[in-house]
Ligand binder design. Structure first.
Ligand SMILES: *[C@@H]1O[C@H](CO)[C@@H](O)[C@H](O)[C@H]1NC(C)=O
Ligand SMILES: *[C@@H]1O[C@H](CO)[C@@H](O)[C@H](O)[C@H]1NC(C)=O
Ligand SMILES: *[C@@H]1O[C@H](CO)[C@@H](O)[C@H](O)[C@H]1NC(C)=O
Ligand SMILES: *[C@@H]1O[C@H](CO)[C@@H](O)[C@H](O)[C@H]1NC(C)=O
Length: 330
């Protein structure tokens, strides 16, 4: 019965992609609180006045922050407009052409519903700088076209799902900074196959980066920026054999993560510009070779560890705890 109803509805509404988008956005708009809504979204008025029919170039062109292509809405971007409200993002779940959903820097709250997994065209999801909360649905893994995921500076409190995340082969930038995510950071890193920018900082991730080469070789090839600082990791630094696998690493920040032990020889990170491991339990030899070999190094922070002073007095002027090295000084 339900299936029959579904097909009937599909037959009735199936062709009206943009029309569905209009009703979805009008439902979505209801979640935005009245304060300031009309100044900003006054243009989002019902179809009779602005919607010029199915398809066509006139598709919602007058709606602020909305971009259409071929009659369907491809982008909704409402960044930094001072908007607030408890959003029901599930209202957008049927917008199958939506490629860009960007709501950064407002005061929105609400949950990320499993229905988000239905946004099969989504490439860019930015909810950063709001008050979204709750768990991240496993159906995030259905967003196979996702390139950019930014959930930073929100109030998400959950384990970040790892099951299926490796299906997100297009994911290049993942930014989860400053939430209360927990879970095993190593497991997540092992799933991020092609990410270039990985920011898990300022959360409550546990686990270790001291992983087998097999687990990390995939991101090793890709990652340029990795920030795991301010988490609750344990175990050691990346293994010796792993160091060679990071071919393009430019920034590594493992400050205040709780890792310990000795550093391996880091003499193959030719692209490295920023290296920060402050506030951990590292000791032993300083990564001196790093300084000799990397021509690009601009910032090194080894402070608040147990490195032996004699090892590094040879190349630092005293105990500058946060060392900034200009390009020339190697
Ligand atoms: C999505 O929208 C944001 C905000 O307008 C913009 O900065 C970004 O470039 C857009 N991304 C894509 C892939 O269209
Ligand atoms: C994520 O969003 C924050 C705040 O809007 C921004 O500062 C940061 O650069 C974004 N991250 C990425 C990887 O673009
Ligand atoms: C985050 O959630 C906590 C607990 O529910 C709440 O006390 C806090 O105000 C929230 N923060 C923001 C920025 O909404
Ligand atoms: C890493 O993340 C922390 C906390 O979010 C931030 O303060 C720091 O600037 C970041 N490090 C780099 C090198 O970007």
């Amino acid at each position: 019965m339900a299936a029959l109803l579904f097909f009937v509805l599909l037959a009735v509404f199936g062709g009206a992609a943009a029309g569905d988008d209009v009703s979805a956005l009008l439902e979505f708009k209801k979640g935005i609180s009245d304060l300031g809504k009309d100044q900003v979204l006054g243009s989002w008025s019902p179809p009779e006045t602005t919607y010029s029919g199915r398809g066509g170039d006139g598709c919602l062109a007058a709606w602020r922050g909305v971009v259409c292509d071929g009659g369907a809405v491809v982008s909704v971007a409402l960044d930094g407009l001072g908007l607030a409200g408890e959003l029901k993002l599930v209202t957008l779940a049927n917008m199958r052409s939506l490629q860009n959903l960007s709501l950064a820097g407002n005061a929105f709250s609400g949950r990320l519903p499993p229905g988000i997994g239905s946004l099969s065209s989504l490439r860019h999801l930015d909810l950063s700088g709001n008050r979204f909360y709750g768990p991240i649905p496993g159906r995030l893994a259905d967003l196979s076209g996702l390139v950019h995921l930014n959930l930073s500076y929100n109030n998400f409190t959950s384990g970040f799902p790892t099951d299926g995340i490796r299906q997100l082969q297009n994911l290049r930038r993942i930014d989860l900074r400053s939430n209360s995510f927990w879970g095993n950071a190593g497991d997540l890193l092992a799933e991020l196959r092609n990410a270039e920018h990985i920011d898990l900082s300022d959360n409550q991730f546990t686990g270790s980066v001291d992983l087998e080469l097999d687990s990390l070789s995939s991101i090793g090839n890709m990652v340029k920026y990795m920030n795991l600082s301010h988490n609750r990791l344990s175990g050691g630094f990346f293994r010796n054999e792993m160091v060679g696998a990071f071919k393009n690493l430019e920034t590594l920040d493992l400050s205040n993560t709780g890792i310990g032990g000795m550093l391996p020889r880091i003499d193959s990170w030719f692209s490295l510009a920023v290296f920060k491991v402050a506030g951990n339990g590292l000791f032993g030899m300083m990564p001196e070779t790093l300084l000799h070999n990397s021509m690009r190094l601009v910032e090194v922070d080894l402070s608040q560890n147990g490195f032996s002073v004699t090892c590094w007095s040879s190349w630092t002027p005293g105990l500058g705890l946060s060392i900034s090295l200009p390009h020339k000084l190697t």
